[in-house]
Design a binder for this molecule. Structure first.
Ligand code: GLN
Length: 234
């Protein structure tokens, strides 16, 4: 089994609500299967080389300004990585920067790197609470998590949602979509952190990265956690 290389983008700036837990979930779920995984933290000023998986967490508008400027330096390379089907996962603020732009309430529009055909505009209301999503991407058909964002994200072109909101707001609280996917680039508003509560989605990302379905794990605790959150409002 080949070694998986994961790049954790800007963890010192975009790691709100423990989004680093997503990297830990992928690390554990690989190591529990004997799949070697190397995790490289990429910070401001660092160069970026080829990786199998790229992860970027969420953050406040202020931190997004700095990361937006830095990401522009890597836009061409990361677009090439997307087009060779590398796996990306962006959470909330990181997700927003994977689209064309994020227009915060105050101040300049932040440029994204357009890995997703999507754009985000800050709304008047902050969406905070539990979210349940119906999805075709996992056998159990659901994704759960926690949202806290004022950004309203709209999808265009061939960029599809990762699911339909059953509880909560998702991308914009209007079209009942949540998250986005184009090729192997995924974005979601679900914090929690997301992957530990959605082990089947974590394994789907690993499958895309290694090119084969990973052997099943004993997910009793993860499944109990996931089930306890389905349709949970508060
Ligand atoms: N600052 C962005 C917003 O408010 C993203 C927030 C986040 O990452 N939780 O929409």
């Amino acid at each position: 089994m080949k070694k998986i290389k994961l790049a954790h983008l800007y963890p010192k700036l975009l790691n709100i609500y423990g989004d680093k837990g997503n990297v830990l979930a992928l690390k554990c779920r690989c190591e529990w299967r004997g799949i070697e995984i190397e995790i490289d933290e990429i910070n401001i000023g660092d160069s970026i080389s080829e990786h199998d998986i790229y992860f970027i967490g969420g953050g406040q508008d202020l931190q997004q300004i700095e990361v937006s400027k830095e990401l522009e330096r890597h836009k061409e390379f990361l677009t090439q990585e997307r087009d060779r089907m590398a796996v990306f996962l962006g959470i909330c603020g990181g997700y927003q920067l994977m689209g064309h732009y994020y227009q915060p309430h105050n101040g300049e529009r932040l440029n994204g790197i357009s890995l997703l055909d999507a754009y985000t505009i800050a709304g008047d209301k902050r969406f905070i609470g539990n979210v349940t999503v119906k999805t075709d991407l996992t056998d159990n058909g659901t994704l759960v998590g926690f949202e806290n964002h004022s950004g309203l994200t709209y999808l265009q072109g061939e960029t599809e949602p990762i699911g339909t909101v059953l509880i909560g707001n998702g991308n914009n609280g209007k079209d009942m979509t949540e998250g986005a996917r184009y090729k192997n680039v995924f974005g979601t508003y679900l914090h929690g952190s997301f992957l530990p509560k959605n082990p089947q989605f974590a394994d789907y990302l690993i499958e895309l990265a290694i090119g084969s379905k990973p052997e099943p794990l004993d997910d009793k605790i993860e499944t109990l956690t996931h089930s306890s959150l389905i349709n949970k409002k508060y």
